[in-house]
Design a protein. Structure first.
Length: 285
């Protein structure tokens, strides 16, 4: 056993890495030209701490359910590599430290957004996962807040660009989550999670939702070019990427298999970083 590795695993590093990236993106668009001042680093550190704490507390809350699913039964808590009390203390400590970091060294508005993200993730989304398939829509809200936090860290206020970034993250998460739920619907059913693919065994409703969300992403991702946040190379790149992602969604909807859902999942994890990186590189100074 390696306690440091196990507790680091509780923070869901890949997820928190995306939080850091999107927080940076929001800050970069709100700060023109980009200044890597202490404020920026405090924003990233605070966001990472809150996201890591939320991840650890989520694993604490769902440890018994995680033990029932093959995809999560090797996590530190189900395997006994970390204690529940230790995970609880770890998650609470990180969360409080992150909110204090943002409140003291960034601004109260960003700290408030972090608290809203943390509270909605743990107190609304997590309990709803065992009650309704609408949890996916609710869970996409805290997942889309980090770029808004980056924006408010730089501006100490909101702007149209912040809400556009929120919308991109929000709509991207929906087909991404549905692809995961489709692939592991037997797991989710075993644990008692009423995800849409569990309630929709033929996949007709899930297929329509995937097509709808990937279609909506296309016009939403073009808005940054219209607002002057990015140049027209981004407009064309976003159009091509959006159509390609839509094609994967349509393929999944047509075939309705675990293999097609896996391809959609892989497409989603390639699509978003590519889109956001292109957006950042084509940012209008």
């Amino acid at each position: 056993m390696n306690p440091l590795r196990d507790y680091f695993e509780l923070t869901k590093p890949r997820l928190t890495g995306m939080v850091i990236f999107t927080t940076w993106l929001g800050y970069a668009f709100a700060s023109r030209p980009m200044h890597y001042a202490p404020l920026f680093f405090h924003a990233l550190i605070g966001s990472w701490l809150v996201a890591s704490g939320a991840a650890a507390l989520n694993e604490y809350m769902e440890r018994d359910l995680d033990a029932r699913m093959k995809r999560t039964q090797t996590r530190p808590l189900p395997e006994g590599r970390a204690s529940p009390n230790g995970a609880l203390l770890f998650g609470v400590s990180l969360s409080i430290a992150g909110i204090l970091e943002l409140a003291l060294f960034v601004n109260p508005l960003t700290a408030l957004l972090a608290a809203v993200s943390l509270g909605s993730y743990l107190l609304i989304y997590t309990p709803l996962k065992t009650r309704t398939s609408l949890c996916t829509l609710v869970g996409a809200i805290p997942g889309a807040i980090p770029p808004v936090m980056g924006w408010t860290a730089a501006k100490n206020g909101f702007g149209a660009g912040a809400w556009v970034l929120f919308a991109i993250l929000f709509f991207w998460q929906l087909p991404h989550f549905l692809a995961i739920a489709w692939m592991y619907k037997e797991d989710y059913a075993r644990a008692g999670f009423p995800m849409l693919p569990v309630l929709d065994p033929e996949g007709a409703v899930t297929a329509r939702m995937i097509v709808l969300y990937t279609a909506v992403l296309i016009p939403v991702t073009l808005i940054p070019a219209k607002l002057g946040m990015a140049n027209f190379s981004y407009f064309y790149a976003a159009s091509v990427l959006g159509l390609a992602f839509f094609a994967f969604g349509t393929w999944t909807a047509f075939y309705r298999t675990a293999a097609s859902a896996r391809r959609l999942l892989l497409a989603s994890v390639m699509y978003l970083p590519t889109l956001l990186t292109w957006m950042a590189c084509s940012k209008v100074a």
